[in-house]
Design a protein around this ligand. Structure first.
Ligand SMILES: [Cu+2]
Length: 171
């Protein structure tokens, strides 16, 4: 009986080990982007907006319109083919008054948080993961209650500078 239990315990350990090795992506939380400060206020659903990016470093949309406080689900899909290391894309929505030059400078120094700088955490309204070719991720958030123009951009170094940016227009 003792031997049987010991065998079962070993089998359980072996199965647990296999389960972990099957999912290496979940074992690297250190690479997660800095969470937006408003992460606790995520809607379960929201109006779906399809945003795409590709190797030309442009979003398909320069403007996204929303009502004040509207629940949104913005999905960014990277339709490019160049590896994430040199052509990753993300969607980062910022407060209306953020100094974009300062933000992008801080972003370039934040490769360990997918170019989403922790020093701007309280100015980031929403963001997706950094995406490689064929990947997509959805940012679920409530639009700001105050009407205005809120900048969004790709924080990968150099992409904002060549025009990978747009505005969430709340009206
Ligand atoms: Cu990009």
């Amino acid at each position: 009986m003792g031997l049987f239990l010991g065998g079962a315990a070993l089998a359980t350990l072996a199965m647990t080990g296999c389960g972990r090795s099957d999912k290496p992506a979940e074992a690297t939380p250190a690479a997660a982007p800095a969470a937006p400060a408003a992460a606790a206020e995520k809607p379960a659903n929201g109006r779906a907006v399809a945003l795409t990016a590709n190797d030309t470093m442009k979003f398909n949309l320069a403007e996204i319109h929303a009502k004040p406080g509207e629940a949104l689900a913005i999905t960014l899909t990277n339709e490019g083919t160049i590896p994430k290391f040199s052509m990753g894309h993300n969607f980062v929505l910022l407060a209306a008054d953020v100094d974009l030059a300062a933000f992008t400078a801080a972003a370039a120094d934040a490769p360990t948080t997918e170019y989403v700088p922790a020093s701007f955490r309280d100015r980031i309204l929403a963001s997706t993961k950094l995406l490689g070719p064929g990947e997509s991720d959805t940012a679920r958030f409530f639009a700001p209650k105050t009407p205005g123009h809120y900048p969004f951009l790709c924080a990968f170094p150099g992409h904002f500078q060549v025009g990978m940016k747009g505005e969430l227009i709340v009206e």
